[in-house]
Design a protein around this ligand. Structure first.
Ligand code: 2AM
Ligand code: CA
Length: 273
């Protein structure tokens, strides 16, 4: 079986496992702080994915949120970047609106991406040069939009921070409206489907964006950090996602005038992990 088809069947099987396991006892633990949580299901799904991948592709590398490959600092070879549950707080509090996210990279270049909205059974997927799909339906190229006619995805918690808020609030003010979904992987694919025109956030880990990245690129969207640079799959990044026009407008009109603050935030938020 080809790598892409194998990865696709693996994501679907993992989603099936989540739907089964979520009805058993959920054990919740704190990670870095009381709002940073992980469950036994996050850990079991990552373990399941890693075991299956290693079984078929022993030479591939794996970076996973719940502990795999965090020491990897080179993008050589084939790397799977995995988030077993993106949107863990939604998973715990709402039992919906979370995704399995997997990006596969060959020598740093995106090869394939999968974002599986588990409870709605919708798989967003793409392979380099082959277009992006929502289940079996090909997604159209994105329309160009301006901030003033767009809905922007942003987590309201960031708007309350003094420095960051002063940069993000004008974008929200000038937009048609703002939305927050609590899963970065889903927010990126919502830009790819045109449900959101842009999404921005000051700190994502590689496993939060790795699956959505190529799906977005395959419909002509653009994804960079707040400074306009390409994202690294071996460190955390700030992220702006959008169609080409709105991405350019956000970067040039709203970000670049604050370059000094952004450089400082970048140092603080996005160190090598
Ligand atoms: P997670 O659920 O896999 O942890 C919530 O706005 C989104 O941001 C989710 O995709 C969540 O991923 C991610 N997220 C939450 N806290 C984060 C942090 N401290 N750094 C990076 N990403 C984070
Ligand atoms: Ca996660």
């Amino acid at each position: 079986m080809y790598l892409y088809d194998y990865a696709k069947s693996l994501v679907l099987e993992a989603g099936n496992n989540i739907r089964k396991w979520m009805h058993e006892d959920l054990r919740i633990e704190e990670k870095s702080n009381p709002n940073d949580l992980v469950t036994n299901v996050d850990k079991s799904i990552e373990k399941f994915l890693v075991a299956q991948i290693k079984d078929i592709y022993p030479n591939h590398h794996i970076i996973g949120e719940e502990g795999h490959g965090h020491d990897i600092d080179s993008d050589e070879g084939i790397i799977w970047v995995i988030d077993p549950i993106d949107g863990t707080l939604n998973f715990i509090h709402q039992r919906q609106s979370f995704a399995i996210s997997i990006g596969i990279f060959k020598n740093g270049k995106p090869y394939a991406g999968f974002v599986y909205d588990v409870m709605n059974d919708v798989l967003y997927h793409a392979r380099s040069g082959q277009g992006a799909y929502q289940n079996e339906t090909k997604l159209p190229f994105l329309k160009e939009t301006t901030v003033s006619e767009s809905i922007i995805g942003v987590n309201p918690n960031w708007l309350t921070k003094p420095k960051l808020g002063s940069i993000l609030q004008p974008i929200v003010n000038d937009s048609r409206s703002a939305r927050a979904y609590g899963s970065a992987a889903l927010e990126i694919v919502y830009v790819a489907t045109g449900q959101l025109e842009a999404y921005m956030t000051p700190r994502l880990q590689p496993w939060d964006f790795a699956g959505g990245l190529i799906i977005l690129q395959e419909v002509g969207g653009r994804i960079t950090n707040f400074l306009g640079n390409a994202l690294s799959i071996t460190q955390s990044n700030s992220v702006i996602v959008g169609n080409q026009a709105i991405h350019h407008e956000i970067l040039v009109d709203y970000m670049q005038p604050h370059d000094e603050i952004l450089q400082e935030l970048h140092q603080r938020f996005n160190q090598n992990n």
